[in-house]
Design a protein around this ligand. Structure first.
Ligand code: NAD
Length: 427
């Protein structure tokens, strides 16, 4: 067993390095599975990493050169799959970690995909829509050789959206001289997108939360949930949970939290934020600091904002029974042990937020079929995959006497290693 301290120097910011956190979880699972050294080397080494220069003419006529990455961590089980993020602090290490998480996530829910991720170092807040379009098209042209419906299928991630996907699809299609909708997912509905995709990650969180509550004999209508992040994942999860009668008692955002012990009116809170630009000062709720929100007594804490929010510094002060990781990497490796010692039931990110990639898979299938499903069918198939995967992970945890995160990694590594063994090594 590799301890977090053996890999991380917790006196530095290493606890927040996603690639190191990914490495700790990987090593723990690989050791439990008794994977041999050769297989470990294959599984942890990204299959392909591309760094590209993206020269772009800005609106004022100046030329700027941006840096972009596309990492394919594994293509053992199928084409690489994973989003593209635009942010000033994107790094190759971050993209590597995210790509490896996509490999494990797709394997946990048993999709026929490997894992990939992309990123461009830029600040979308200071770029115009036309500048973003030029960056997106040139980045697409630079990575064109390694993406494609059978090779690597990007999707939206931080600061990229349906429009970004439409530009990528169009640029790719122009080069291929044919409209190829299946090259990206998360597209607008009119360009081969799937019904149910915007809600899919939040909906997946709802399904695994519902199953987790059963383990504590808590009826959904008695359950109290605190959610961090009121964006795509957190907002949708809040909306869907409150529709099921689950009480969302607090929402934590960048500028603070709002709390009502009897449950917040989520639709009204969404309207309040649209009108005022903030969730704070919502009628019939009390303003709290983010830290106070995190410490509230609740049944489920659903971090759905960003990475590294549950750390060795605050894991001991959480007051929940269940953590459902809507965000990618919200818990650092050193915090894992603290949560395990406290008996907190964790639904790890590679399972909890897999609803998004699952419906992305449905989108890709529909594009290839040229036949589109209604929302009921999308949601039914999503529920089946999420619930089955939840119990697959729990079964693994029970059989190997490990906590859920290690079980999810073990299940994923086992599936990818098996595919590699079946394929054999081409030399
Ligand atoms: P988003 O940008 O739509 O929403 C994020 C929300 O979190 C925003 O409202 C933002 O204001 C808030 N936020 C940011 N920093 C915060 C902080 N320090 N404290 C409290 N709130 C904060 O993003 P999203 O698509 O909802 O993604 C959220 C997380 O879920 C990310 O980690 C992402 O990688 C992960 N994820 C998203 C999807 C998806 O389908 N969108 C799928 C899988 C995983």
């Amino acid at each position: 067993m590799v301890t977090a301290d053996a890999v991380l120097n917790t006196h530095t910011n290493d606890e927040h390095n996603p690639w190191k956190n990914a490495a700790i979880r990987f090593e723990n699972a690989a050791a439990r599975l008794k994977l041999d050294d050769g297989m470990r080397k294959i599984l942890k080494t990204p299959a392909k990493e591309l760094t590209v220069a993206i020269p772009v003419v800005l609106d004022d006529g100046r030329i700027e050169v941006f840096t972009g990455y596309r990492v394919q961590h594994s293509i053992a089980r199928g084409p690489a799959k994973g989003g593209i993020r635009y942010a000033p602090d994107v790094s190759l290490d971050e993209v590597r970690a995210l790509a490896s998480w996509m490999t494990w996530k797709c394997a946990v829910v048993n999709l026929p995909y490997g894992g990939g991720k992309g990123g461009v170092i830029c600040d979308p807040a200071i770029l115009s829509p036309t500048e973003l379009e030029r960056i997106t098209r040139r980045y697409t042209a630079e990575i064109l050789d390694i993406i494609g419906p059978e090779k690597d299928i990007p999707a939206p991630d931080m600061n990229t959206n349906e429009q970004t996907m439409a530009w990528i699809m169009d640029t790719y299609s122009m080069h291929k001289r044919q409209t190829t909708t299946g090259v990206v997912t998360g597209k607008p509905l009119d360009l081969g997108g799937s019904r149910g995709r915007p809600e899919a990650t939040g909906r997946g969180c709802l399904y695994v939360t519902r199953e987790s509550l059963k383990r504590f004999d808590i009826a959904p209508t008695d359950a109290k949930v605190v959610i961090q992040g009121f964006g795509n994942v957190g907002g949708m999860a809040a909306r869907l949970m409150s529709r099921e009668g689950i009480k969302v008692i607090a929402i934590i955002e960048v500028d603070g939290a709002v709390h009502n012990e009897n449950g917040l009116d989520i639709e009204a809170l969404m309207k309040h934020r649209r009108e005022t630009g903030s969730i704070l000062d919502f009628p019939e709720a009390q303003n709290l600091t983010s830290e106070e929100g995190f410490r509230l007594k609740c049944d489920v804490l659903l971090p759905a904002a960003k990475e590294n929010v549950i750390t060795s510094a605050n894991a001991a002060s959480l007051n929940c029974k269940i953590i459902c990781e809507g965000a990618n990497g919200p818990t650092t490796a050193p915090a894992d042990q603290i949560l395990a010692d406290r008996g907190i039931f964790v639904v790890p990110d590679i399972l909890a937020n897999a609803g998004g990639v699952t419906v992305s898979y449905f989108e890709w299938v529909q594009d290839r079929q040229g036949y589109f499903w209604n929302e009921k069918l999308v949601n039914e198939r999503l529920e089946e995959i999420m619930v089955n995967s939840f119990y697959d992970v729990l079964k693994y945890a029970r059989e190997h006497t490990v906590e859920n995160r290690t079980a999810a990694y073990m299940l994923a590594l086992d599936r990818v290693a098996f595919a590699i063994k079946l394929r054999g090594l081409y030399a």
